[in-house]
Write a protein that binds this ligand. Structure first.
Ligand code: 5GP
Ligand code: MG
Ligand code: MG
Length: 179
């Protein structure tokens, strides 16, 4: 385990098993449809890559990069789009893939935005959820795991751009982000 990690919440094997399960569920629920999977950079990159390999149907992939206005530590709900989608999503079945839902503000904004672009449907797959922190009513259609209110890193999730490549999901030691 990395010395900056306090505790492993989900091992590489546990994450892989969950992602496989979610992929199978998504495959069943979108039977006969084509899916546009939209990964939210950069945190969802690992989850997205593993998840689409477990979806057994026609899938296109696109990515968005967003950042929250205001203080970087707290989500403001107003989202700046750093990288938009490559193509129109009109009439498409869209699945947004996120790393973690915290206040819910980012996803709430994104979901509304994509619905306004006249997608046929917009659903959300999130690897992690911190329900205690929610400020707007939103929940993922497909969820990996619920987590307590700690700062999580690994499997795509960063602190100051580090720890994304840890193969597991863990809790960052508070002294690392407090110093
Ligand atoms: P929200 O708008 O739901 O508050 O913010 C969601 C975004 O904040 C996530 O997509 C993620 O990028 C970031 N975030 C929230 N909680 C954590 C956490 O515990 N660890 C990391 N690394 N990022 C988090
Ligand atoms: Mg994110
Ligand atoms: Mg981050």
């Amino acid at each position: 385990m990395h010395t900056d990690v306090q505790e492993i919440l989900f091992t590489e094997e546990e994450v892989a098993a969950k992602v496989r399960e979610l992929g199978e569920l998504i495959t069943r629920e979108y039977q006969g449809k084509e899916l546009l999977v939209i990964g939210i950079l950069k945190g969802a990159a690992m989850f997205m890559g593993d998840l689409v390999k477990r979806i057994g149907m026609v899938v296109e992939m696109d990515f968005m990069a967003v950042s929250s206005y205001g203080k970087s530590s707290e989500s403001s709900g107003v989202v700046r789009i750093i990288k938009d989608l490559d193509k129109s999503i009109e009439g498409r079945h869209v699945l947004i893939v996120e790393d973690i839902i915290d206040t819910g503000l980012t996803l709430h904004y994104l979901k509304n935005l994509l619905e306004q672009r006249n997608a046929a449907s917009v659903k959300v797959a999130a690897l992690l959820d911190k329900p205690e922190r929610r400020q707007v009513e939103i929940s993922p259609d497909y969820l990996g795991f619920s987590v307590p209110d700690h700062f999580i890193v690994g499997y795509g999730l960063d602190f100051a751009e580090r720890y994304r490549n840890l193969p597991y999901v863990g809790v960052l030691k508070p002294e690392v982000y407090q110093s």
